[in-house]
Design a protein. Structure first.
Length: 678
């Protein structure tokens, strides 16, 4: 009897060892539902690091890349051991109050685009989808967290549990191995947690059992669907592969009878989209009136908006300095009206008149101004304000994204789609303007239509290539095709023009570099490829953090000890009461040239290490009540320069074979001593 009670108790409190945080991006209703399921079964919420009101809690935030050590507590929203594998890097407040904090063991999120993701991943936290919570509760047992990854761009079968029948054993083992590699699970038998039954024909005991019990919600489908998904690396529409009447073979037969025809759309003189290359107030108005639904916003990543036409309520929105320098006052005024009309606050940088009356006003960001920003709109992934916003986990979006948000009155994460996120500053593909086949790129499209076609045209132009719809023998370098059986495709192969599907375009811009056209996924055309590929255009192209991180210089040195000069310390009055307080203080700004500058009391520029400037701005813009003491910072800068010299010397010696390889940063750990000795 006691054993039975213990087993029942175990099932009742299956989450007793779980300390959780739920991503607010899921929305209030789903967060509340998941929280109740977890706490009812013994789980505990993780400690919050930032106290805000409910409206603030459910504001969307972006992903954070390259958060320097020491600032996590001011950027992240909940307690977890981001420093698990590091020494002496626990934030001071947490270090003093270890027993008061409940460190998260599990993060519940539908995607990876939130500020804490990178740090949580490197700290071996369990980051799972809401399905993990629901399945664990349903079956009375914690499910394997690895099979419920929220990185669904890589783990495309996350949450799936398959079993196969009527398939030769060698093929079945290959199928199971592929499903495991892409984040799913398999079972040898039809058990209660199976989500997909894979069959060749609609017969047999397993088929009869599932088809007669629709409440099981098990999909029955052909193995061909998994083959297409694996070859392309994305989930394709499964409806044509579903029993009781899979349509795929009928559609293949029908498709073969209508092949070798190029549509009028393949050869027309199309308008090339201009929004990404020409920004004007009229352009915005035209886009807002356009009924083009390309890259439609799906319900899986919508934030709640209960106030009609107030999608930006409680959000502070700013244009980046680089964008401000590209556009005229009419554009800025139009954007301001649109943002304010949707409930948002339009944040502008500080302006001051130049001493030269013949010049315009200069603009710059101060840390307090930048701290207010929730959304930064950029044209490209460049400039110090882009870098600071990215490191702080603010929403960073493109002009196209903010216009879509306003047009559809739906808030969504810009990092989930290429066009919604700022483009790389350096063009990935170079236009073949001189028609010389050895230089640049001229690209045509075949088989893609409607909104998918408009989207791909925009990508081609955004990446720096020339778009020319009519394929020419001596001009085109690439054909992006969805159907290998069209005349245009055959001609391209005959003329040695690279032929790939649209995934080459999307993944090149995601990686911010030109990828090889020989990758198997780029040269694969599934059955009924035109429909299959057309439906997945723009669906699986979330931003790669690694590509963003490459643009941000890594922090080699550790500047933690600067935080000892926080005015939240034990004796802040010792600093504030100093009569030389103002003259000792360093100011940092993001200048009109989008560079971070350190200034002294007289607004003279102080020549400091680039990363030290960035760290100082991050400290102040993340809300740390910090006193940037001039002498302390100069001493630290001197030490950094010494380390850099040592690194350069050691690199040269190692490259020349003069010494055995050594630690390239021998003095880095002693940077803190410089501050303490000052």
């Amino acid at each position: 009897m006691t054993t039975i009670n213990l087993e029942e108790n175990e099932k009742k409190f299956i989450f007793k060892d779980v300390i959780f945080w739920i991503n607010p991006n899921l929305g209030k209703e789903q967060c509340s539902k998941l929280s109740k399921i977890l706490t009812k079964r013994g789980a505990t919420p993780a400690s919050q690091l930032q106290t805000t009101n409910q409206d603030q809690d459910f504001k969307l935030r972006g992903f954070a890349v390259g958060v320097p050590h020491g600032l996590q507590e001011n950027i992240f929203r909940f307690a977890f051991e981001w420093n698990r594998n590091k020494e002496n890097e626990t934030p001071q407040n947490i270090q003093k109050e270890q027993n008061q904090y409940k460190f998260a063991t599990h993060i519940i999120s539908s995607d990876i685009y939130f500020p804490e993701y990178e740090a949580a991943l490197s700290s071996d936290l369990n980051i799972v989808t809401p399905l993990w919570v629901e399945k664990s509760a349903r079956f009375g047992k914690k499910q394997d967290e690895k099979c419920y990854s929220c990185d669904t761009d890589k783990k495309i079968f996350s949450g799936m549990v398959i079993t196969a029948s009527q398939i030769p054993s060698s093929d079945r083992e290959a199928l199971y191995g592929s499903v495991l590699a892409y984040g799913g699970q398999y079972r040898q038998n039809l058990v209660k947690d199976v989500t997909h039954l894979v069959l060749i024909s609609g017969t047999g005991n397993k088929y009869d059992q599932v088809i007669s019990n629709p409440k099981l919600k098990i999909k029955i489908l052909l193995p061909h669907w998994f083959e297409q998904c694996i070859n392309l690396g994305v989930l394709v529409d499964d409806r044509q592969y579903l029993f009781p009447d899979p349509q795929i073979f009928k559609m293949i037969s029908l498709n073969q009878n209508t092949e070798n025809k190029d549509s009028v759309e393949d050869n027309d003189e199309e308008k090339i989209p201009k929004l990404d290359s020409s920004l004007s107030a009229e352009n915005i108005a035209e886009y807002l009136d356009n009924n083009d639904d390309q890259n439609n916003i799906g319900p899986d990543f919508l934030a709640e908006n209960n106030d009609e036409n107030l999608v930006l309520k409680n959000y502070n929105v700013a244009l980046s300095l680089n964008l401000l320098s590209m556009v005229d006052s009419n554009f800025i005024e139009k954007m301001k009206q649109l943002i304010q009309g949707s409930g948002g606050n339009f944040i502008e940088p500080t302006r001051f008149d130049s001493e030269d009356n013949n010049t315009d006003q200069s603009v710059f960001w101060t840390p307090p101004e930048f701290q207010k920003i929730d959304i930064l709109i950029c044209q490209h992934r460049s400039g110090s304000d882009f870098e600071i916003a990215t490191r702080l986990g603010k929403l960073v979006g493109s002009v196209v994204w903010i216009i879509k948000v306003i047009k559809f009155q739906k808030m969504h994460i810009p990092g989930k789609h290429i066009i919604d996120y700022p483009l790389p500053e350096n063009q990935i593909l170079k236009s073949n303007s001189n028609k010389n086949m050895t230089h640049g790129y001229t690209i045509a499209l075949s088989g893609y239509s409607g909104s998918a076609r408009e989207y791909l045209k925009r990508l081609i132009v955004s990446m720096g290539a020339e778009y020319a719809p009519q394929l020419s023998k001596n001009m085109h370098t690439h054909l992006i095709a969805s159907n290998p059986n069209r005349i245009k495709f055959g001609n391209a192969r005959l003329w040695n023009c690279h032929t790939v599907n649209h995934l080459w375009l999307e993944r090149s811009i995601l990686e911010a570099k030109e990828l090889s056209v020989s990758h198997p996924s780029f040269t694969y055309w599934p059955p009924i490829s035109e429909m299959t590929l057309g439906k997945i255009v723009g669906s699986f192209n979330g931003i790669r953090f690694s590509a963003i991180e490459q643009q941000l210089s890594p922090f080699v040195q550790n500047y933690n000890s600067l935080l000892e000069y926080s005015l939240d310390g034990e004796n802040p009055n010792d600093i504030l009461d100093d009569p030389l307080y103002e003259s000792r203080k360093v100011k940092v700004i993001i200048s009109e040239e989008n560079k971070i500058l350190a200034l002294d009391y007289n607004n003279n520029t102080i020549d400091l290490n680039e990363h030290l400037n960035i760290y100082l701005f991050l400290i102040l813009a993340s809300g740390v009540n910090f006193f940037p003491d001039l002498e302390t910072i100069k001493a630290l800068d001197k030490k950094i320069n010494l380390v850099s010299t040592q690194v350069s010397t050691l690199k040269n010696e190692n490259e020349n074979g003069m010494h055995e390889e050594k630690n390239l940063y021998p003095a880095t750990e002693n940077l803190d001593e410089t501050i303490n000795d000052t």
